[in-house]
Design a protein around this ligand. Structure first.
Ligand SMILES: [Zn+2]
Length: 168
């Protein structure tokens, strides 16, 4: 049953791609035209492009559990900023996040994975920590502006929590 379910789901993706490929917009330039990267949670309720009024070709979108600044996000942002012209980073956490109000110990127990899961106690605190990490990372010097948002998955509205601009 599980295998059938997977095959069906994959078949749906391939079928959807046929109509997409026929109608898609083509963007030739790999550099985001708004010089923007958005780091946000993988939560299925967040439509990043629609929520922020973005279109194809305009921004990098980096997603993980919680929308936290991990080593891999730093790796991607090193390329975004140095190779692909990004100078603005938005870090967007959200309400009702699965990483809020839990501990590493609980998540390690639940998953059997001995990992740091970057749980969130308080969105404002976590955003400030993540933005401090971005601003103290020496190789992210091309980044001039960072904003920290919390997206409300019920209202669709954004709470504008933190803002940082590189001193000139
Ligand atoms: Zn989340």
């Amino acid at each position: 049953m599980v295998v059938t379910g997977v095959v069906t789901e994959v078949a749906r993706l391939i079928a959807a791609n046929h109509s997409y490929a026929a109608a898609r917009a083509n963007v030739a330039d790999p550099r985001p035209s708004r010089h923007l990267a958005v780091v946000t949670c993988m939560d299925a309720r967040i439509d990043v492009f629609a929520a922020l009024g973005l279109h194809l070709g305009e921004a990098h979108v980096l997603r993980n559990a919680g929308g936290r600044i991990t080593e891999d996000v730093l790796r991607s942002l090193a390329l975004s900023s140095h190779v692909l012209g990004v100078d603005t980073v938005v870090v967007m956490q959200h309400t009702k996040c699965g990483l809020a109000g839990v501990t590493d110990a609980e998540l390690q127990e639940r998953t059997g994975a001995d990992l740091g899961f970057f749980p969130i106690d308080d969105h404002a605190v976590a955003l400030r920590e993540d933005i401090a990490l971005l601003t103290s990372t020496p190789y992210l010097q091309p980044v001039r502006l960072i904003a920290g948002f919390v997206y409300d998955v019920e209202s669709g509205e954004i709470d504008d929590i933190v803002r940082w601009e590189r001193p000139t």
